[in-house]
Design a protein around this ligand. Structure first.
Ligand code: AHR
Length: 670
């Protein structure tokens, strides 16, 4: 047997069997004696598929927020990074031509203390450039809005010459801005159109004239954002999310909720209100992995809780915020807040419900209205802690639950059962939280593909009257968890599809599921695999993305039994499947996954309807080699193809399921 030994940066050593071999071995031993006669009972509706069944997990990891979804192009726009001029560079003709001073007014403005003072008293050239997030993605003919907060000193007569410059020195956009002057801070703006497309442009800001000028919040946004909102989100990335029709959006993570230590935890109140008042902090993934250091990774919170709620609303998903419960990441410092000091943490949770749902006459509802959304966001659920474990979590879970339920009994709480789907940490929380009648348990599994195949029946025997399950973070790992070698291969996505049939079949218990993590910048990632990859201009969905999308856009309304000799189809001869009825269209929706290297043509007898109507059977399927992936250059290499298929005889449907394929088959019933 071939083993690889891998130590993850959280300090855990894994001895793994080369998973390709395991996967094939598993598929082969499944390939014996398969009768291929399946039955589906459309007259036996089971569990309703919750609207939240398939959702998305957003975490600010891999430059998902700044440098990603948040369309700001200037990095370190308010000089608050630990190194105040990180991302910025001075340019001058000769040494005396201008200078820069970083000032810190922390008493006057604790949320945004730093600004720069530029002095220029010669005729020589002086300016600054900003490198953006691994460059700035600029598109030909697109309009870019520049803005800056300025303050002028007496006797100053300064203009700013702005340039967007390609790496070869070519200027692709220019503009001039004459700050209005004055000794109080004010925002100046100017727009410029780009003459060329460039993924790695930089912004130059030349000082013309003489005097001293203070600057803060130097910003550049494309005009075209999602819903054309000024200072908004990258439209192509939101579109990929919207196309999935997700049932919920979990935000903002992930370990980012916890922080490496408590001082570094996510505090939603620092992420709402005016962007210039949102206090920047370091991103906890900045130094997490020695092999993937990203020293310039911070959180400006331009994408904050208001924007997350708005995003969820825009794409028709339920918001699911996850809040810190007084525990820092247990893979890092594992700091906890003493139980008698949890007050502010609990207050944050209660106030968040007010921010989302409360009347505009209240403090938090009023802030929501001031930010442009007087209507409530209809928050119905909330996570208490991220991936916590141990008795210390139970203690904090109990205090939080009481406080939240006393005031808001209808809010459903999502609770951690730890980082693994089995083992001591899982068993302890699973047993304890079940006894405490938790609402929803959040299970995480980052495992190899064969684990997903072997566990497709995981929920068949779960307690039907216990807590509901949120498969909150999962992804098949082609190598090992947190290995930088992991790839988003079709083999991984195929195994997830097989597993997801088991989630769907058990929709009475499993009410939510999301792949994790969601986004990764190709030049700025820490964690792989991820659902969607992007550079500064382009983006693509992985094979896993197309599997998620297939399931989510073919959800159906109610589970119906699909069986082989009376048993659920969960790996017999390498075949997996589930079935739902779509009440809106009157169609039976089959999800069928062939994990073997041979085509299979099962006979599926549709029972419970007299005669199938003459309408065509439709199929959307993905079939490619196991090692196939998508890329920026080949974004759709692994993606579904649609076809009408003539494989119906009487009430028997016999689709040919190609080797290593996922098929969604829609059969008109009514
Ligand atoms: O998704 C990446 C990380 O995996 C999340 O932050 C954490 O919850 C889990 O350990």
């Amino acid at each position: 047997m071939k083993y690889e030994v891998f130590t993850n940066p959280f300090g855990k050593t894994y001895k793994i069997v080369c998973n390709r071999l395991l996967f094939f071995a598993f598929c082969l031993c499944q390939a014996s004696a398969f009768s291929q006669e399946l039955t589906v009972r459309v007259d036996r509706p089971g569990a309703a598929i919750p609207s939240t069944m398939w959702g998305i997990f957003f975490e600010d990891i891999n430059m998902a927020a700044d440098g990603g979804l948040y369309a700001e192009l200037v990095k370190n726009r308010s000089f608050e990074f630990n190194t105040p001029l990180m991302g910025w560079k001075e340019h001058r003709t000769s040494p005396g031509d201008g200078s820069i001073l970083v000032l810190n007014r922390s008493e006057e403005n604790p949320a945004n203390p730093r600004f720069i003072r530029i002095s220029h008293f010669t005729d020589g050239a002086y300016g600054l450039s900003n490198e953006g997030f691994r460059g700035m993605g600029i598109k030909k003919d697109e309009v870019y809005h520049f803005s800056v907060w300025t303050r002028m000193h007496q006797g100053t007569d300064i203009s700013l010459k702005l340039e967007l410059v390609a790496p070869d020195g070519k200027k692709i956009a220019t503009a001039r801005l004459k700050p209005a002057g004055g000794e109080g801070w004010q925002k100046d703006t100017v727009s410029m159109a780009a003459g060329a497309t460039e993924p790695k442009a930089q912004l130059y800001l030349w000082i013309e004239g003489q005097g001293s000028i203070d600057m803060d919040m130097v910003s550049l946004f494309p005009q075209h954002t999602w819903k054309e909102r000024p200072g908004g989100l990258r439209a192509d990335l939101v579109q990929l999310l919207a196309d999935m029709k997700p049932g919920f959006v979990r935000f903002p993570g992930g370990c980012i909720v916890e922080g490496r230590d408590l001082s570094n935890r996510y505090q939603w109140k620092n992420t709402v209100g005016k962007v210039e008042d949102r206090k920047l902090i370091i991103n906890r993934w900045n130094t997490e992995f020695a092999h993937r250091l990203t020293p310039d990774y911070f959180q400006s919170f331009g994408l904050g809780f208001f924007e997350y709620f708005q995003l969820a609303e825009d794409i028709g998903a339920e918001p699911l915020p996850i809040l810190n419960c007084g525990m820092a990441c247990q893979f890092n410092t594992a700091e906890v807040v003493p139980a008698d000091e949890l007050g502010p943490y609990i207050q944050d949770a209660l106030d968040l419900i007010e921010f989302a749902n409360g009347p505009v006459s209240g403090k938090w509802g009023g802030l929501r209205a001031a930010m442009g959304h007087p209507e409530p966001f209809h928050l119905k659920m909330m996570g208490v802690g991220n991936e916590q474990w141990g008795p210390q979590y139970v203690e904090r879970y109990t205090i939080f639950t009481k406080a939240i339920k006393d005031k808001y009994p209808d809010i459903r709480l999502v609770n951690s059962v730890g980082p693994n789907p089995d083992g001591d940490l899982f068993n302890f929380l699973n047993d304890t939280l079940r006894k405490l009648h938790a609402d929803i348990l959040d299970e995480h599994y980052y495992r190899q593909p064969d684990w997903f195949l072997q566990n497709a029946g995981r929920y068949d025997h779960y307690d039907r009257s216990g807590p509901k399950i949120f498969a909150g973070e999962y992804a098949a790992q082609s190598n090992a968890v947190v290995s930088p070698q992991n790839k988003n291969t079709w083999q991984c996505a195929l195994s997830e599809a097989a597993y997801m049939t088991g989630l769907e079949r058990n929709a009475d218990v499993v009410q939510m599921a999301s792949y994790a993590p969601l986004f990764a910048h190709v030049d700025g990632w820490q964690w792989t695999p991820d659902l969607i990859w992007f550079d500064n201009l382009r983006s693509y969905g992985t094979p896993d993305y197309y599997v998620q999308k297939l399931f989510s856009t073919n959800k159906g309304s109610v589970v119906v039994p699909l069986s082989l000799a009376g048993a659920p189809l969960e790996g017999q001869s390498g075949l997996y499947g589930s079935a739902t009825m779509d009440n809106a269209t009157g169609e039976l929706v089959l999800k069928l996954v062939n994990t073997t290297d041979k085509p299979v043509s099962p006979s599926i007898k549709v029972e419970g309807v007299k005669k199938l109507p003459a309408r065509a059977v439709q199929r959307e399927s993905i079939q490619v080699a196991l090692d196939k992936t998508n890329s920026l250059d080949e974004p759709m290499a692994v993606s579904p193809k649609k076809e009408d298929v003539p494989f119906k005889k009487g009430n028997v449907v016999s689709p040919v399921l190609q080797p290593y394929s996922v098929s969604v088959v829609r059969i008109a019933i009514h």
